[in-house]
Design a protein around this ligand. Structure first.
Ligand code: OGA
Ligand code: MN
Length: 214
């Protein structure tokens, strides 16, 4: 397994590289590091524990009546239930506003429905690219409940991948070239390790906002 050791000072000030490395693991990626960093963002602790709890309470009301879906072999997602939500409590609206402010520029046409995806402990998301018919150039999601590993891989060369540790209450933003030219996936619990260290994955809920296709 190769890992790049160069480029760090180009984009990240001294000291920031170590914390970046703690959450991003590049595999044969040296030539793409530069544009990956510019088009994939991770914001830790974007949501407080209190906000996480109130978001969870609110989405559980919708999710608890649904069964987890497993049986569609051609689906990208296994072991999941989901909803698209338009009405939110005042508290959650404030969090969603913060998410949208981080990910989108003002005036950008955004999808008003928020996608809530609940992955069971044994659920996972296979490599895919979100449909360009339904989603524009930016996808952003906050992770709740469990740490998970998102892998982003070059579509035309899947050997070039990056593993990213998504901690609970962190927000990722996937933009432009990374959104269109990389697949993204959420690893199964059994594959969930980072730099040789096992990172068990439990049930995880993501709250995802997207912009409109142009
Ligand atoms: C999706 C997806 C990622 C996530 O629903 O298309 O990639 O963070 N979700 O749950
Ligand atoms: Mn997706």
């Amino acid at each position: 397994m190769e890992e790049i050791k160069t480029h760090s000072s180009m984009l990240l000030p001294r000291g920031r590289w170590e914390s970046y490395r703690a959450l991003h693991m590049f595999h044969r990626q040296s030539c793409q590091y530069d544009y990956f960093c510019k088009n994939f963002e991770l914001h830790e602790n974007l949501v407080s524990e209190e906000e996480e709890n109130s978001l969870l309470e609110e989405v559980e009301d919708y999710l608890e009546d649904l069964d987890y879906e497993y049986d569609h072999w051609d689906n990208a997602i296994h072991g999941y239930r989901e909803t698209e939500k338009s009405q939110w409590s005042v508290k959650s609206q404030a969090v969603l506003r913060r998410i949208r402010q981080v990910a989108f520029s003002s005036g950008e046409q955004q999808l008003s429905l928020v996608h809530v995806l609940d992955l069971a402990q044994d659920g996972y998301i296979k490599p895919h690219v979100d449909s360009v018919k339904f989603c524009g150039s930016t996808i952003t999601g906050v992770s709740l409940l469990s740490t998970a590993i998102m892998r982003l891989a070059k579509q035309n060369n899947p050997e070039h991948w990056v593993n990213v540790v998504l901690k609970p209450r962190s927000l990722y933003v996937i933009r432009d070239v990374v959104r269109y030219q990389f697949t993204h996936e959420i690893l199964k619990d059994s594959e969930s390790s980072f730099r040789g260290q096992r990172l068990p994955r439990a049930r995880r809920i993501s709250i995802i906002c997207r912009n409109e296709p142009s």
